[in-house]
Design a protein around this ligand. Structure first.
Ligand code: ADP
Length: 500
């Protein structure tokens, strides 16, 4: 009861901070379209900011693949023709609106760009698509006469927004807005040859210089331009903010980021604790909270084993992996040690899609360890929830990880993360300390398969020989605050700082 009052008071206090209007511009947002963590952030952060006295709008492409249940609820807000290309070629911009839980979603409608294929296909198609999207987003704001205090852009797909704003839109009312560019993953930057980006964006020649878009001898880099022209750059953890200024993690932009380091901040992501709540999660075999997690997790493990055709045995140590299957995620390390992990007490459940090499190797291991390895080569939300609830530990051995959400979700579900100490993994998972019985998971530092194996073995040792310490860690993990509230407050503070 006291806790409840405290929460209500702090929410009231947050609502008393000055109101700011902010538009989020990005290429994906759960539940309309999601391929990774960006989609989660674009969903959860605006909703949390709306609770913290922000007027929030989210601008997204109206992809063909958005489920019909959402498409049919959108209402037509208007349409216009927009000049885009260097030769003055113009395109249709439709605005379809959907209001949901205090957040306004405006979808940019154009069949030529968004009416076919996946959100991301290949750069030949994606470069024109996101030049169009960035300019259409600003044009739509002007059309709707919605002038925000803050324009918050996400990843390379929205990186041209700050560039357009301070060039082709500098004499519009929008120029009063401050811009933030958030890097969710620096690996993807939108790089293509200058003539193509010049043609499709219609941007003036002078932005294609070394300080802004130009990179190498003949290429333009959309993210680099966005970093130059935005007022603030954020990324999704403090550690990643430092790492990307080094050559190893900087993906070729480390010098540029060091130059702009004065406006670079790190704010760690949260998760939506409404969606990710084991106490109310209807996708689980059995819902649970911190008081009955130990018993109910067994039921979820049993359900998962049955569903996946694994040997049904409560005593097995079930390791989960929910991930895009790309080399970023440390799968080379995992593949190298699977035979050493797979003793008679261990099961491995993989859920993911991605590069053939990893999909095929996980298929191979499923066959090699029938009944104890299950490789779900698919994207499946329901199965993801059941793995988070039914597994004992979750692996995130990433080569780099800007923030990472799966370790946060795992902790919320009482599943102990085993992670590499990089980016947000380092900032959110405190290593287990056997002397003080503290920490949230098992960690290793260098990118080395032997160290991953060592971390898994340390986890197994505690699980099998010191169960009460393990169980306490499960409860500590469930108790950890992984919500958006404090991160959203840091974004709100940043908005206030920029617009005071
Ligand atoms: P990234 O954004 O690099 O892919 P994150 O850890 O930030 O990684 O976010 C991954 C998100 O995508 C999590 O919500 C995770 O549950 C989800 N996810 C990843 N792969 C799958 C899959 N195959 N099926 C269902 N959900 C998945």
């Amino acid at each position: 009861m006291i806790q409840e009052n405290k929460n209500t008071e702090s929410m009231e206090e947050l609502f008393m901070t000055p109101r700011r209007s902010v538009v989020f511009i990005g290429s994906e947002c759960y539940p309309f379209v999601k391929t990774g963590g960006l989609g989660d952030v674009m969903y959860a952060l605006p909703r949390e900011l709306a609770k913290q006295n922000c007027d929030v709008k989210v601008i997204l492409p109206r992809y063909h693949c958005i489920p019909w249940e959402y498409q049919e609820r959108m209402i037509y807000r208007g349409a216009f023709e927009m000049d885009l290309c260097a030769d003055g070629r113009s395109f249709y911009v439709g605005i379809m609106e959907y209001v949901w839980d205090g957040v306004v979603y405006d979808f940019i409608d154009n069949d030529e760009f968004f009416g076919w294929g996946n959100p991301y296909t290949n750069l030949v198609d994606d470069i024109p698509k996101f030049c169009y999207f960035a300019k259409a987003a600003l044009s739509a704001l002007l059309y709707m006469d919605w002038i925000p205090n803050i324009i918050h852009c996400h990843d390379w797909q929205a990186s041209l927004v700050p560039v357009y704003l301070r060039t082709l839109f500098e004499n519009t009312e929008l120029n009063s807005a401050k811009t933030i560019l958030t890097i969710h993953n620096l690996r993807f930057q939108g790089i293509y040859n200058i003539p193509a980006i010049h043609y499709w964006s219609g941007l003036p020649d002078y932005v294609f210089n070394k300080d802004a878009l130009k990179t190498g001898y003949e290429d333009a880099n959309m993210m680099k331009g966005g970093l130059t022209y935005s007022n603030i750059i954020t990324t999704v953890s403090g550690t990643y903010a430092g790492e990307i200024q080094t050559p190893y993690y900087g993906e070729g932009l480390d010098a540029h980021l060091r130059y702009h380091s004065g406006k670079l901040r790190g704010i760690v992501n949260g998760i939506d604790c409404g969606i990710w709540n084991p106490a109310t999660d209807h996708l689980l075999y059995s819902t649970y909270d911190i008081t009955n997690v130990l018993e109910k997790k067994r039921e979820n493990k049993h359900g998962l084993q049955e569903e996946l055709g694994l040997v049904q045995d409560d005593h097995k140590f079930v390791i989960g992996l929910v991930s895009r299957l790309t080399n970023q995620k440390g799968l080379d390390l995992l593949n190298a040690i699977i035979p050493e992990i797979m003793d008679e007490h261990t099961q491995l459940v993989v859920l993911g899609t991605g590069d053939d090499i990893y999909e095929n190797s996980f298929r191979y291991y499923e066959n090699a360890y029938k009944g104890n390895v299950c490789s779900n080569i698919m994207y499946d939300e329901t199965r993801a929830h059941r793995i988070y609830a039914g597994a004992d530990a979750l692996l995130v051995p990433s080569q780099f990880e800007p923030c990472g959400l799966t370790q946060l979700i795992a902790m919320r579900y009482g599943t102990v993360p085993i992670v590499r100490e990089t980016g947000g993994l380092r900032d959110t998972v405190e290593p287990y300390n056997m002397y003080y019985n503290t920490g949230n998971g098992f960690t290793f530092d260098n990118y080395d398969a032997g160290l991953l194996l060592d971390a898994i073995n340390r986890a197994k040792t505690v699980y099998f020989t010191n169960r009460w310490c393990w169980d306490e860690m499960v409860q500590r993990d469930m108790d950890k605050d992984v919500s958006w509230e404090s991160s959203a407050r840091q974004y709100k503070d940043l908005y206030l700082e920029l617009t005071w």
